[in-house]
Design a protein around this ligand. Sequence first.
Ligand SMILES: Cc1cc2nc3c(=O)[nH]c(=O)nc-3n(C[C@H](O)[C@H](O)[C@H](O)COP(=O)(O)OP(=O)(O)OC[C@H]3O[C@@H](n4cnc5c(N)ncnc54)[C@H](O)[C@@H]3O)c2cc1C
Length: 270
Amino acid sequence: MIRRVLPHGMGRGLLTRRPGTRRGGFSLGFVSSSQRMLTTDDKAVVLKRIHEVHVKMDRSLEYQPVECAIVINAAGAWSAQIAALAGVGEGPPGTLQGTKLPVEPRKRYVYVWHCPQGPGLETPLVADTSGAYFRREGLGSNYLGGRSPTEQEEPDPANLEVDHDFFQDKVWPHLALRVPAFETLKVQSAWAGYYDYNTFDQNGVVGPHPLVVNMYFATGFSGHGLQQAPGIGRAVAEMVLKGRFQTIDLSPFLFTRFYLGEKIQENNII
Ligand SMILES: Cc1cc2nc3c(=O)[nH]c(=O)nc-3n(C[C@H](O)[C@H](O)[C@H](O)COP(=O)(O)OP(=O)(O)OC[C@H]3O[C@@H](n4cnc5c(N)ncnc54)[C@H](O)[C@@H]3O)c2cc1C
């Protein structure tokens, strides 16, 4: 039975023995039930199923219960908080129950600059070996770009203020080295946003949680989620409707890799 509940061999190591069933487990945002199972080496695991999500609208004081068969956690930079509400990561360290969703908000800046002498309309999106990148923005000699900070430079994600010195000191020198005309650029505007940063291997997390069996993930894209969105949407839909990936096998991106230590390392995020 458990192999039917957990697709793609995620149930490996789990027996179909059921020592006891408990209903009515409660966590802050969810109402769920749980089942105790034993692994092949006689370790107890608890399988949970979410029955209700409690939703609070922006201008409301009340949480409304919404009954659900499936929860898709696509909460971006905040998806680990949502997973924690469902009990993900609540077990002892080193166990599947104790494995957290390793996604956190990381602040990233985007700058727009004007440079009449800059490269022309045929300019592609350029990613420099330093990690600095840019592309043209429209027809008016404007460009858009930035660079991810190193681990040591990582800014405090508590607010979305833009660090203009970061452009001056850490981005502009690389741009001007690659494109000498950028020595004369003038920054026009800038903004900051949050990457849904997967600290494990900087790649997406797709498909069901192995223990909270009706919570599916579509998160952790670490700065490349927009370009992957159509494929991810399709893959999650296939998983929900058919119980397995069909068009592209995304099983290397399942949550279980965090427990198994199987990285799908993304080396080229910008
Ligand atoms: C500066 C910057 C530049 C980027 N550039 C690129 C790029 O060039 N190419 C690319 O492919 N990707 C890029 N990305 C990454 C891309 O934007 C993300 O990977 C993508 O938006 C992720 O989409 P998502 O739907 O998974 O999450 P999001 O777009 O973050 O959506 C998550 C949603 O969940 C909601 N939410 C969170 N918590 C709760 C809650 N408790 N209750 C209700 N709702 C909640 C949020 O409000 C939000 O609407 C960039 C990101 C940033 C910040």
